[in-house]
Design a protein around this ligand. Structure first.
Ligand SMILES: O=C(O)CCC(=O)C(=O)O
Length: 249
């Protein structure tokens, strides 16, 4: 991309949030979503209390090291190809994601508030499949452990959307998916990315006739799968040589 071209991500920045959150609705098509869901291996889930998950290609070691192994092709194309076009990982050490967490949330499930931490480059890109969920992000104007003065923002993640979090938000925020069966009070004033939603009408209240929100809409949770792409900083090629896994580089 020519350096004089406008940054294609700017149109998708969530303007009411501090830098840098980006929301892209319809990042993948319904056909691509169905194909991705059908390719997630059914026998690799780890069951947790409030969700189940797969770490691809593997879980990090205790020293936050990734044992080099290529991502499976279904996680690369079309998603990583589009990341490259948008330059999402252009400034991370490996210039591409090398790790994906596949999380599945049934209605009533979620993930507790956490920060993503120093194992990764400060870029997170999450594609949502299946159902919509509300992600809550607690933004702190100062580094999180110094002054815990959080302001909570709600980001609605529609199916097939992409949410990207870059530094400084990566460093200054904690995020969670509340473990609820319904996300309620949905309207422009309470959902930070309302004006970027692809299908806001689905979530608006029936009495929201003038865009002011009415009584607030509801998202009835259904099963949602998220694909969270990151670039792990420390990568070891030693294990891949021994196991014949074939490293990325
Ligand atoms: O499912 C999501 O959107 C959030 C996942 C997440 O926070 C994580 O994997 O650390």
């Amino acid at each position: 991309m020519a350096s004089s071209a406008p940054d294609p991500r700017l149109a998708f920045r969530i303007p009411s949030l501090p830098p840098s959150f980006y929301y892209i609705p319809s990042f993948i098509s319904p056909e691509e979503e169905a194909s991705l869901l059908s390719k997630i291996p059914p026998n690799r889930w780890t069951n947790l209390t409030h969700r189940r998950l797969q770490a691809v290609a593997s879980t990090l070691t205790k020293s936050n090291t990734l044992l080099a192994a290529p991502l499976p092709s279904y996680l690369l194309d079309p998603i990583v190809t589009r990341f490259t076009t948008l330059g999402i990982f252009a400034h991370t050490p490996h210039k591409a994601p090398n790790h994906v967490l596949v999380n599945e949330y049934k209605p009533g499930e979620g993930i507790m508030a956490h920060e993503d931490g120093p194992a990764y480059a400060p870029v997170v890109a999450t594609v949502s499949l299946g159902g919509a969920v509300m992600l809550e992000s607690a933004v702190n104007p100062a580094p999180i452990h110094i002054a815990p003065l959080y302001t909570t923002h709600r980001i609605l993640c529609e199916p097939r959307s992409l949410l990207v979090t870059l530094a400084p938000a990566y460093i200054n925020t904690m995020h969670c998916v509340p473990a609820v069966t319904h996300d309620v009070d949905l309207r422009r004033a309470t959902v930070a990315n309302w004006d970027l939603l692809g299908e806001a009408w689905r979530y608006a209240a029936a009495d929201d006739v003038d865009g002011s929100g009415g009584s607030g809409g509801t998202n009835v949770r259904t099963t949602r799968v998220s694909l969270t792409y990151r670039d792990v900083l420390k990568v070891s090629n030693a294990a891949s040589r021994v196991l014949g896994l074939g490293g990325r580089r």
